[in-house]
Design a protein around this ligand. Structure first.
Ligand SMILES: Cc1ncc(COP(=O)(O)O)c(C=O)c1O
Length: 396
């Protein structure tokens, strides 16, 4: 049985990189916003501009986590303020807030979109005093409602920095929102490690750029703010440019993969729920919500016994990690606590064949059928098919 891994990065080949690497050899500039970095920024900005009249400003960073940190520092001019953040996210979101010197306040997410919404944020701000910034997360690449977040900023004056790590190609840039993207190898547009921060306000982006370069006001000049080294190297920019060359083809292939997967899931396992998000997006993960009677842990073990990888991305929620136990909580995270038990990332990558997708949906169909028969059925079936079956937990 050939294993099906949960994720396979899809990066440019050495041949595709070569023309860019030769340009680095020629220019002999390896860092500090060299020519490749500037070209990457121009091309990414064109891709992020959308339909709005106002252009976007964009700066590359070493990774999205540092981009989030610097975007917050550039957006909030008071020290140690509270920043509202959903507890269903990658730990880097919260690390970015803490590294910026601010205090994360954890909130629940919406039941169908699995994200922090302006409505949840308004309720949290009424309960917890002193929230002066918000960092919603485009969970699993699903675009957030930028216009809704703009309205919240206009009403309250509270800046919003969107963590759109995995949402390049999907997340629009609002009038006021500052948006950080990741170019980690696992994302649809990868540079190995990398990221970029985009906003309509050129001053905020200029500040992020300064902060990513130690706070220098100009080359070799004076330091205006205490920054970090968060710059992208020319080598990462080379990979990013080669990835952008393939973007039309790769994004179309990812859209097709998602459509095929959703159809196969709907046919084989209509009980399985997918995230409510704009259709036609470019996604790098295939996360589903299992029905209440089947825990993600159980399904993951069953899939593993059939050579199928899976991952419980973002689970458990941030509130459950030892490092974050002391953080303020704006609510009881009822939705996240439920999703914790039932979200499962299925194999989702461009090397999957239709037969692979059918193997995954077929295995899910079997575990659901066994679950319907009760916990003994699942335990027995998995034990007989692999050595890890004996560790199975109950089907709820
Ligand atoms: C929601 C979210 N935020 C932040 C990050 C961190 O991005 P990076 O690895 O570029 O720092 C990730 C990475 O997967 C993520 O999923």
């Amino acid at each position: 049985m050939t294993p099906i891994p949960v994720l396979r990065p899809d990066m440019p080949s050495a041949d595709e990189l070569l023309p860019y690497l030769r340009r680095i050899d020629q220019a002999q500039q390896y860092a500090n916003f060299g020519p490749l970095c500037l070209e990457l920024e121009r091309r990414l900005a064109a891709g992020c501009a959308g339909q709005a009249d106002q252009p976007v400003a964009l700066t590359t960073v070493a990774n999205c986590t540092v981009g989030l940190q610097l975007a917050l520092m550039a957006s909030v001019d008071r020290p140690r303020v509270k920043v509202l953040v959903p507890s269903l996210t990658f730990p880097g979101t919260v690390s970015g807030i803490l590294q910026a010197g601010f205090e994360p306040v954890l909130a629940d997410v919406d039941t169908t979109r699995w994200v922090l919404t302006p409505e949840i944020a308004r309720a949290a701000m009424n309960r917890v005093r002193g929230i002066r910034a918000i960092m919603p997360v485009a969970a699993f690449g699903g675009a957030l409602d930028a216009a809704g977040w703009d309205r919240l900023t206009e009403e309250t004056g509270v800046p919003v920095v969107i963590d759109a790590a995995g949402a390049f190609g999907n997340q629009p840039i609002g009038r006021h929102t500052v948006v950080a993207f990741s170019m980690h190898a696992t994302k649809a547009l990868g540079a190995g490690e990398g990221g970029f921060v985009v906003a309509r306000d050129p001053d905020v982006v200029a500040r992020v750029r300064r902060l990513s370069n130690f706070g220098y006001m100009s080359a070799g000049g004076l330091i205006s703010d205490i920054g970090v080294n968060g710059k992208m190297s020319e080598y990462a920019a080379a990979v990013g440019l080669a990835a952008l060359d393939r973007w039309p083809e790769i994004s179309a292939a990812r859209r097709r993969l998602m459509t095929t997967y959703l159809n196969a899931l709907a046919d084989a396992c209509p009980e399985i729920v997918v995230q409510e998000r704009p259709v036609g997006g470019v996604y790098s993960l295939g996360v589903v919500r299992l029905p209440d009677r089947l825990r993600a842990e159980t399904a993951a073990e069953y899939l593993a016994s059939r050579g199928i990888g899976s991952r419980r991305w973002y689970c458990p929620g941030i509130y459950a990690h030892p490092a974050f136990l002391s953080l303020t909580q704006a609510d009881d995270h009822v939705v996240v606590k439920h999703l914790d038990q039932h979200l499962l990332g299925l194999p989702f990558h461009l090397q999957m064949s239709l037969a692979d997708i059918e193997r995954v949906t077929g295995a899910l169909q079997s575990v659901l059928a066994l679950g319907a028969r009760g916990r003994t059925g699942v335990a027995k079936a998995t034990r007989s098919s692999g050595p890890r079956g004996s560790h199975l937990r109950a089907v709820v």
